[in-house]
Design a protein around this ligand. Structure first.
Ligand SMILES: C[S@@+](CC[C@H](N)C(=O)[O-])C[C@H]1O[C@@H](n2cnc3c(N)ncnc32)[C@H](O)[C@@H]1O
Length: 331
């Protein structure tokens, strides 16, 4: 290698390092925000649990709750879903939907997951941290009911008094204190409250189980799907995550340019189908008659259009989120 080449290489490495530092800084800021948000949510959870007005008899309340009842997140979930829009409504709908959880509540996180790899599935208990200021209502309109209402406790609505979610997801692997999961329905940045092994013998009721007819035989039928030739050709041109890329680093700009979670065009195509066939539009948006919509998944935006019972995938392009990120670091 000539001296000029080496110099250019060093310059390139320095630029890469600078970009990585900027990303780290961003990641750190994001994590601090998430941390403060979950701390606030945990505090309000405590107030709710106590069933007393926040201001009343504060001393008593503190004595009763004690520190042992404070709910803290055990780690933040990294997911291929960046926003609520386009995230499957239940786990298992999209088997290739991947995510990971790094345990941060212990100094020796790898000890806390010892023995967990003997289980195929785990329960994730988490906070719906992106509910905003929405005030939970006693009756909700599940999308599968097409406008009908049921009591919040007869639903899996994310808008509930304590904002607590639960999902059974597939355990794909463990590395150190990081757990890799698939079939997820959580968005990136979700604070995880607990992980427990799914145990068929304990978690399947011994007596026959039934579900409401609107779940087993919903009035809303799945949409048929078609991809335009353009969308199909983009699917084949994208750069996919490799099997070894299990540690989903946000730091490398180059990796940011390729998919971080999906490993082949088939996986991405299947996942897009799983997501859009279930019609991710809210009851409100459907009532409004919105036929075109888009959603981000992994590092791409997917644009689709619904006509009657058919949804067409029109476009797949680098997500605006990733584009913004690349712009900010001057790439
Ligand atoms: C219907 S809930 C079901 C979640 C869980 N399986 C349960 O039953 O508790 C799934 C939806 O919650 C939303 N969601 C996922 N993660 C979230 C978060 N961290 N904050 C707010 N909403 C979230 C997404 O729109 C997703 O489609």
């Amino acid at each position: 290698m000539s001296q000029t080449d080496s110099l250019n290489q060093i310059k390139q490495d320095a630029l890469d390092l600078k970009a990585s530092l900027n990303l780290l800084k961003e990641e750190f800021l994001g994590l601090s925000l998430e941390f403060n948000k979950s701390l606030n949510e945990a505090r309000s959870l405590l107030c709710n649990q106590d069933c007393q007005p926040h201001t009343e008899n504060k001393k008593d309340t503190n004595q009763k709750t004690g520190n042992e009842n404070v709910v803290k997140s055990i780690g933040i979930f990294r997911s291929c879903f960046l926003t609520k829009n386009g995230t499957p409504r239940q786990p298992g709908i999209c088997p290739y939907a991947r995510g990971s959880l790094t345990i941060t509540c212990f100094n020796n996180p790898e000890h806390s997951v010892e023995g967990l790899s003997m289980f195929s599935h785990v329960w994730l208990l988490f906070l719906f941290h992106e509910n905003g200021d929405y005030i939970p209502k006693s009756k909700v309109s599940p999308p599968r009911l097409g406008g009908g209402k049921v009591g919040v406790f007869a639903s899996r609505s994310p808008h509930r008094p304590n904002n607590v979610g639960m999902s059974v997801v597939k355990l794909d692997g463990i590395s150190g204190g990081t757990i890799f999961l698939s079939g997820v329905d959580l968005i990136d940045g979700t604070p995880i409250l607990d992980v427990k092994p799914y145990i068929p013998g304990y978690d399947t009721p011994l007596t026959p189980s039934t579900a409401a007819p609107w779940i087993t035989n919903p009035p809303i039928k799945p949409l048929a799907i078609r991809f335009t030739d353009h969308a199909l050709s983009i699917l084949t041109q994208l750069k996919y995550a490799s099997d070894e890329n299990l540690v989903l680093s946000k730091r490398s700009l180059r990796k940011r340019n390729c998919l971080r979670f999906f490993r082949s065009p088939e996986e991405l195509k299947q996942s897009i189908s799983d997501i859009v066939c279930a019609d991710p539009r809210s009851v409100f948006r459907k009532k409004q008659g919105d036929t075109a919509f888009s959603f981000p998944v992994d590092s791409v935006d997917v644009k689709v259009e619904v006509r009657g019972d058919v949804v067409t995938v029109l476009e797949i392009c680098q997500s605006e989120y990733v584009r913004g990120l690349l712009k900010r670091v001057g790439s």
